[in-house]
Design a protein around this ligand. Structure first.
Ligand code: PLP
Length: 402
């Protein structure tokens, strides 16, 4: 009898990592691959932050830290939230974690169990659904629609809440669609939650500084009426180009914080100490790098939208946040995953099929514009050439499969 591990057959994947691995493999075989698949800034971490980590190592920060994180960093997170949003967050409610994903894991583990329901965005970050299913809870997708600018619809979200809903996950600015939920919609959601006092909220705000067209971020922390059941997810990965450092933070209601702290003690003990000192420098030093990075993303965003809308069978609304475009490819005749895979294998362009973010992602692909303008132009040329080649035998068979 082979060993079986009940539950682990329910754990999912993040296909962006598989696409990255395949892109690297093809590059190693000599193919010139342009990667518009991965969701990470293509900029290096600012020098001052790198130097702070080096200094921390030289200064002897080699041991464990408190499981919740070093105190100056928790205070800096609280000060940063106050500076940006005028919200009062007690540093004791801040938990430093090894990456934004860890907050998703902790929150879903707390509320997910057989019989519970958890609402999550579809299309959305694939780890939400994967973790919900892992816990045995029922995943309830909240549709994120192109016609709604890829923002969540408060009324529709509330209509899906039942007495067994334990957690509602919201994400704005959003991966994979780049949608930003307007203030009025967030207001409506929070007002409606008064009727569902047993449902907790996980607000994933990891892209909160990646906003364009004068959009301003609305943090869920600014609603005192839900603070006793709100878990805020944020971190350094996207804002400071630090995805590989594995750093994030969450803000918890006090009773839940102690549970999260115990989870930390049991699983990761604490976040890498030099990385925490680097995170402190990130928050307390000059913030100009963020503005330059976002300005460059904005230029690329405009470029990529124009180029995508010029491709046969493709249309793309203008995303207002994050660094993703989510073009509608229904007019190409391709199924999304088949198109993504054919583009990688035949045209050397890595993108992700929409269904990798949920069933409602069919008919779309995710294009990350965290790549140079020159590469975006080259990728669009290759996509055009590929799509203009028109129907062929492989396309017909691809279109009817998967
Ligand atoms: N939440 C969303 C919406 C994301 O897109 C990502 C990363 O892509 C994360 C969380 C996880 O971030 P981290 O790399 O810090 O774990």
């Amino acid at each position: 009898m082979p060993i079986t591990v009940p539950g682990f057959d329910r754990i999912g994947e993040e296909n962006a990592f598989a696409v990255l691995a395949r892109a690297v493999e093809l590059s190693e075989q000599g193919m010139d691959v342009i990667n518009l698949g991965i969701g990470q800034p293509d900029f290096p971490t600012p020098e001052r932050i790198v130097e702070a980590a080096v200094k921390a190592m030289r200064d002897g920060h080699h041991g464990y830290t408190p499981a919740t994180g070093i105190q100056p960093l928790r205070e800096a997170v609280s000060a940063d939230l106050d500076r940006r949003f005028s919200v009062d967050v007690n540093p004791d409610q801040v938990l430093i974690v090894p990456g934004g994903k860890v907050t998703i894991f902790a929150a879903i583990l707390m509320f997910g169990e057989p019989g519970a329901e958890i609402l999550y965005p579809d299309p959305g970050f694939p780890i939400y659904r994967s973790m919900i299913e892992f816990t045995g809870a029922r995943p309830v997708p909240v549709p994120i629609r192109e016609g709604n600018g890829f923002a969540f619809d408060a009324e529709e979200t509330l209509s899906l809440v039942t007495p067994t809903t334990r957690l509602i996950i919201v994400n704005s600015p959003a991966n994979p669609c780049g949608g930003v939920t307007p203030l009025a919609e967030v207001d409506r959601l929070v007002a409606g939650l008064a009727n569902h006092p047993n449902a907790a909220l996980l607000s994933d705000e990891i892209y909160d500084q990646m906003l364009y067209d004068g959009e301003r971020h609305v943090t869920m922390l600014s609603y005192p009426e839900i603070r006793d059941r709100l878990i805020l997810l944020n971190g350094w990965s996207k804002t400071y180009a630090m995805t590989g450092w594995r750093l994030g933070y969450s803000v918890w209601p006090l009773p839940l914080l102690d549970m999260a702290r115990k989870l930390a003690v049991n699983v990761w003990s604490c976040v890498n100490a030099p990385a925490q000192w680097a995170a402190l420098e990130a928050l307390t030093g000059p913030q100009d790098e963020i503005a330059s990075m976002v300005a460059e993303f904005d230029a690329r965003r405009k470029l990529v939208i124009d180029l995508l809308n010029d491709l046969p069978g493709v249309s793309c609304i203008v995303p207002k946040g994050a660094f993703y475009a989510f073009p509608n490819i229904a007019g190409t005749g391709w199924k999304a995953r088949s198109l993504a895979s054919a583009l990688l294998e035949n045209a050397g362009v890595a993108v992700i099929g929409g269904p990798d973010f949920g069933v409602l992602g069919e008919g779309y692909i995710r294009v990350s514009y965290a790549n140079s303008r020159e590469n975006i132009r080259r990728a669009a040329d290759r996509m055009r050439e590929f799509l203009e080649r028109g129907p062929d035998a492989s396309r017909e068979s691809n279109a009817s499969s998967g």
